[in-house]
Design a binder for this molecule. Structure first.
Ligand SMILES: [Zn+2]
Length: 298
């Protein structure tokens, strides 16, 4: 497909990078193409855009494509294919854990931008986070009209871990889940490939769990704690991995939970309906006795 009239020049350059108007593009696709053409059109437009983006970056970046993933990277061909192969393995694991998420996702390949220059990584990403609220970051999944992954450069294992983590977010982004579920699953997938990635001894776990109190537990359930100051942020990630790990070990398939959990009540109703227990009780099994139940958003 090489003719998408009115589309290819719709990549306005904003803050020194071409930034497609995805709402307009998807509207055009919906108005002009049949459903079975969506995926091909999506990928064609992405490749046109990445050509323009690559031309504006300071070092050489190329687009590499597999069956369902498009990677823009400065890596040489062999390294880029190695990274794509890892991504495909991670997606295979995510698909087996979370088939519902895969069945319900939109058409088109997963898109990953891997920047060599940290300044370009930040400049690209900052456009989507005008509040600047993304702290230290080696990668992120950008949601909205066009969900895609952005990675900074990092040594091999770290890059793959980050890819695995962000692929979970990318796979789940259309479901509107509570953040604690996404962060728990993302770390669980990292751990499957890198078993020691999140290893902590008992004292370290206790220290992190002790940070969570009845006063701040709502910031875990509502997601604010994951972007708060470092101590609380770390405790939220540690607790998310423990809690989701327990869900996966002890209950129905996590897929059922993910298919039904709602951000509005932080997954509380789904826990009661599907697990026969409450999130507060599950939390108490890890944190000890306390009032841990989530409060729904007003
Ligand atoms: Zn995450």
């Amino acid at each position: 497909m090489d003719r998408l009239p009115g589309i290819h020049h719709r990549f306005p350059v904003i803050e020194e990078m071409p930034r497609p108007d995805w709402a307009m593009i998807f509207q055009w696709i919906g108005d002009n193409l049949l459903a079975d053409q969506f995926a091909e059109a999506h990928d064609e437009i992405v490749c046109q855009w990445l050509d323009e983006l690559a031309a504006m970056l300071g070092s050489t970046h190329n687009a590499f494509q597999s069956e369902d993933l498009i990677l823009l990277s400065f890596l040489d061909r062999r390294e880029a294919i190695g990274l794509i192969r890892f991504a495909e393995k991670a997606r295979g694991l995510i698909r087996s854990l979370l088939p519902y998420a895969f069945e319900t996702r939109g058409a088109g390949s997963t898109v990953v931008l891997h920047f060599e220059d940290p300044d370009e990584y930040w400049r690209y990403a900052a456009y989507f986070h005008s509040d600047g609220g993304f702290g230290q970051s080696a990668g992120m999944c950008i949601g909205g009209e066009f969900t895609h992954i952005v990675l900074a450069d990092a040594p091999g294992d770290q890059l793959q871990m980050c890819m695995g983590h962000e692929l979970v977010h990318e796979s789940l982004s259309h479901l509107g889940l509570p953040q604690w579920i996404e962060e728990g699953l993302a770390q669980l997938v990292e751990q499957k490939f890198f078993p020691y990635a999140h290893f902590r001894d008992v004292a370290d776990l206790r220290r992190n769990f002790a940070v969570l109190t009845e006063r701040n537990i709502q910031s875990f359930w509502n997601g604010e704690g994951f972007s708060s100051e470092q101590t609380l942020q770390e405790a939220c990630y540690v607790f998310a991995l423990s809690l989701v790990g327990r869900l996966v070990e002890e209950f129905v398939t996590i897929d059922d939970f993910v298919a039904n959990a709602s951000r509005e009540d932080h997954g509380a109703a789904t826990a009661s309906d599907h697990l026969g227990t409450t999130l507060g009780e599950l939390a108490a099994g890890i944190l000890g006795n306390g009032s841990w139940e989530p409060r729904a958003f007003d």
